[in-house]
Ligand binder design. Structure first.
Ligand code: SAM
Length: 319
């Protein structure tokens, strides 16, 4: 949509740490806005002072007030006003309030435009070194219970690079759960304090990075980037793999096989009996090992038979 259209909701990205990352067009839009919706009026007030913008009206719109604010925002835009939407950091609507306001404005047939800019997930993704052609931004994991196990299981099977937001105090727990679900060798990158003075990226296997996160206080803001899963080996059902991963996560939380199976069956919508069978059955590599044992036994048997034939051959004709 054009810059000159008067009534519109303008979704404006703001810095994730470094104030130098405020897009110039963001400054123009904030200066032009009749109202700026923001999560924290004091924080956004400071940003406006930094940008040299004389504060227009500021309205608090956070996860709790977004729905209620929609009517007023729609009325203002209908009357030809320009309403800017910012959050504390990054792009509104990405693990932040904004999507509901956008939907309300679109549903009223009004204009929505954006000033794109920083997104912590994308900054972390490009620093990870993992595949950027296909990726999924998975936001924050559920904190506990079957929802968490189900999401961890999805990640275990996810072939695309996955990006997770996390609080520093929960980073070690999340990396341990990812390690237990996705396996210790899956690669991960943790991007910390992006665009700030102490920006750093920890790269390694889940086992290595989980140990690092557990060995001291993690401070600042972090994004977890998980390398995509390798394709399931031939003969291994990918859906069963997701169930096994969810079971590992549930068992890792101390649940007995029956409880874990019930929880995973409910979370993934699979019959409980099937899930229980996977819970108490061998892992595919053990099956492979069993198969290998069986193959070895076959080979031994063939070998013995060959020896026997040779002996028979040496000893005379077979009957
Ligand atoms: N809307 C934001 C965006 O576009 O990135 C995300 C908001 S979400 C509520 C906040 C999370 O973003 C933090 O918990 C952290 O995972 C991540 N984050 C924000 N700023 C960051 C930074 N400078 N370095 C690393 N992670 C950051």
């Amino acid at each position: 949509m054009s810059d000159s259209a008067p009534g519109a909701l303008v979704v404006v990205a703001t810095p994730i740490g470094n104030l130098g990352d405020l897009p110039p067009r963001a400054v123009d839009e904030l200066a032009r806005a009749d109202l700026v919706c923001c999560e924290d009026t004091r924080r956004t007030g400071r940003l406006l002072v930094h940008a040299g913008v004389t504060a227009p009206g500021l309205r608090r719109v956070d996860a709790h007030t977004e729905e209620g604010a929609a009517g007023d925002v729609v009325a203002r835009i209908t009357a030809g006003q320009r309403v800017a939407l910012v959050t504390d950091a990054g792009t509104p609507g990405v693990s932040d309030p904004g999507a509901r306001l956008v939907r309300a404005v679109l549903a009223a047939g009004l204009a929505v435009t954006t000033v794109p800019g920083p997104v912590a997930a994308v900054a972390a993704l490009v620093l990870s070194g993992f595949d950027t052609a296909r990726f999924a931004v998975d936001g924050f994991l559920p904190r506990k219970g079957s929802d968490r196990s189900a999401r961890l299981a999805e990640l275990a099977a996810e072939r695309r690079t996955a990006v997770l937001y996390e609080a520093p105090s929960r980073l070690a727990r999340t990396l341990v759960d990812l390690r237990d679900t996705c396996g210790p060798d899956r690669r991960v990158a943790v991007a910390r304090e992006l665009t700030k003075r102490h920006e750093e990226v920890w790269r390694g296997t889940l086992a290595e990075v989980a140990t690092k996160a557990d060995s001291g206080d993690v401070r600042g803001e972090v994004v977890v980037v998980l390398d995509g899963a390798a394709p399931a080996p031939p003969g291994v059902d990918a859906d069963d793999e997701a169930v096994r991963a969810a079971l590992r996560a549930a068992r890792g939380r101390g649940l007995a096989p029956g409880r874990a199976a019930a929880e995973v069956a409910a979370a993934l919508g699979r019959p409980r009996k099937e899930v229980y069978a996977l819970a108490v059955g061998p892992e595919p590599d053990e099956e492979d090992a069993d198969d290998e044992d069986a193959d070895d036994e076959d080979a031994d048997a063939e070998h013995a038979e060959g020896q026997h034939d040779a002996a028979e051959g040496r000893g005379g004709s077979r009957t």
